[in-house]
Design a protein around this ligand. Structure first.
Ligand code: BGC
Length: 514
């Protein structure tokens, strides 16, 4: 889940209630929140491979590309820091904005943050679509990033509070699903607009405004969550709201749990100090490493730069964008696999299988590119080898989409006890955004200097993270959050960090959301 703010409480209360219209609207909000995030991930690579766009904003890159008569170092064709800054500035802005967003979200409510996010994002989309110079482009990207920071912080919190507890886990992966649909939509749009004589890139960038308008307007009409109303002292209104969204007057049990949880949350004065305590070491380490590892799978090399990468490999314009459409579609379909298997086979099985599959595909791509382009970077793919490269990349994307994609967000949200939950979530989101920025910024230079070895580099990371999961990440499938301490205590390594008295003390706040 791209936002990472979900908390899927393991304990599902036996609350009454049904799936109401509100819950359905909630899913739609999830969709627009995920869509705007995914659209941004997918759009810039296609745009930066369009001639007219490069000629206007990045003339040096354009010249280097056009001078290419086959005997140029293909690996370095697109290397340009301003070009990568166009892609990656968004994630740095999102990282900074998510800290402000978390204050807004608790003081003024989730709705307000969503509206703020939607409006800023919209201004960014307009600036990008109308851009006359690089400055406008990058300022626009930064505004999109601020919008994403707000949306990714507030939408997931909103969702986890609106959803009946039973649907919370499914919605978590639903957000990731929406993200992949957004990426795929962007790939499709690029494929279409690249065929336009002029200004195709403007349409690609400007269309980001469509899901943003839906989210902004939607957020104005959405009701506040009961949790947020309680947090802001409006207790009676909170009860009425809960009755409305659950479709039953009988909400006493859930309501008193919410009240209790809110009281408990107020008592947590120093979550940042708490999280440093020795007994939280397992959670702290895992929460720092999972987002880092997720980005070091190298997935965003494909998501951001697929069209550029395929062009580097000598594919034509059309074929490059088409290949991005294909890998985007594989990403969407493979995500559904995780939805069906995550509670059946468990998180570890998916992590381990996905890791091995990614590793095999990365070695394959590295060897293939090495054989054809060598160290000098001169050469080109035959049609057959080009197709083989595309298939290997799809095998890799599929493996990511049912392992590290959704689990990179789901697992950290399942392991925190209440007293460190919000701090843990912030760490998870910000580390993810930070490394997304790093990969976005460095990839084109890394390709230029490491050449085909880049694929072995990411393969090496996948080997490390898969080994890490094998030894250090316990299974969280079907484990209620308050039972997690028992899991840590029984773990061969983490057990030493858990004091004996931490096990068996049922955490009576287990039904708290966020
Ligand atoms: C990751 C993104 C990535 C996306 C691909 C998400 O889980 O956080 O960085 O682009 O998956 O589908």
């Amino acid at each position: 889940m791209a936002g990472g703010g979900f908390v899927s409480s393991g304990q599902v209360g036996n609350y009454e209630g049904r799936v109401t219209g509100f819950v359905i609207i909630t899913c739609l909000v999830a969709a627009t929140g995920g869509l705007i995030f995914g659209y941004d991930i997918g759009i810039s690579g296609g745009v930066t491979s369009m001639d007219e766009f490069l000629e206007k904003f990045f003339p040096q890159v354009y010249k280097k590309m056009k001078n290419d008569s086959g005997n140029v170092n293909q690996y370095c064709k697109f290397e340009n820091h301003l070009l990568t800054l166009f892609t990656s500035s968004l994630y740095l802005a999102a990282l900074v904005a998510s800290f402000f967003a978390s204050a807004t979200t608790s003081a003024l409510g989730r709705k307000v943050s969503m509206t703020i996010g939607g409006v800023i994002f919209l201004i960014g989309a307009v600036l990008n679509g109308a851009a006359q110079n690089v400055q406008m482009l990058i300022v626009g990207r930064i505004l999109l990033g601020i919008g994403i920071g707000y949306a990714n912080q507030s939408v997931p919190v909103y969702l986890s509070e609106m959803a009946p507890p039973k649907l919370r886990g499914a919605l978590n992966i639903g957000f990731q699903m929406a993200t992949t649909i957004g990426i795929f939509g962007a790939n499709l749009v690029n494929y279409g607009t690249a065929k336009m004589q002029h200004n195709g890139w403007r349409v690609s960038l400007g269309l980001a405004g469509v899901p943003a308008v839906i989210m902004t307007v939607g957020s104005i009409f959405l009701p506040d969550t009961p949790n947020s109303l309680i947090e802001r002292g409006k207790k009676e209104k909170a009860r009425e709201m809960l009755q409305k969204i659950r479709g039953t007057p009988n909400v006493d049990e859930e309501y008193s749990d919410l009240l209790e949880a809110s009281e408990a949350a107020k008592e947590v004065e120093h979550p940042w100090r708490n999280i440093m305590e020795r007994k939280y070491r397992p959670q702290l380490v895992i929460t720092c490493l999972i987002p880092l590892f997720q980005q070091f799978t190298g997935i965003n090399v494909i998501m951001f730069y697929a069209p550029v990468l395929f062009k580097t490999l000598g594919f034509g314009d059309d074929a490059s964008l088409m290949s991005a459409v294909i890998s985007g579609l594989v990403n969407v379909f493979a995500t559904t696999v995780s939805i069906f298997s995550v509670d059946r086979f468990g998180r570890r099985a998916l992590f381990l299988e996905g890791g091995l599959q990614m590793l095999a595909a990365q070695i394959g791509v590295g060897v293939l590119i090495g054989l054809v382009f060598g160290v000098s970077g001169e050469g080109s793919f035959s049609k057959g080898l080009g197709n083989l490269a595309l298939i290997l990349i799809c095998v890799y994307v599929a493996a990511f989409a049912w392992s590290w994609g959704p689990l990179g967000w789901l697992v950290p949200s399942e392991i925190f006890p209440l007293e460190i939950r919000s701090a843990g979530q912030s760490i998870n989101v910000s580390i993810n955004m930070f490394f997304t920025f790093i990969i976005g910024q460095l990839f084109l230079s890394m390709l230029c200097s490491m050449k085909f070895g880049l694929f072995f580099f990411f393969g090496g990371w996948v080997l490390i993270m898969t080994t890490f999961v094998y030894f250090f990440v316990p299974e969280t499938k079907n484990v209620p959050i308050e039972e997690m301490n028992r899991v840590w205590k029984n773990h061969w390594f983490w057990g030493q960090y858990i004091p004996d008295d931490a096990v068996g003390l049922a955490n009576h706040h287990h039904k708290l959301d966020v």
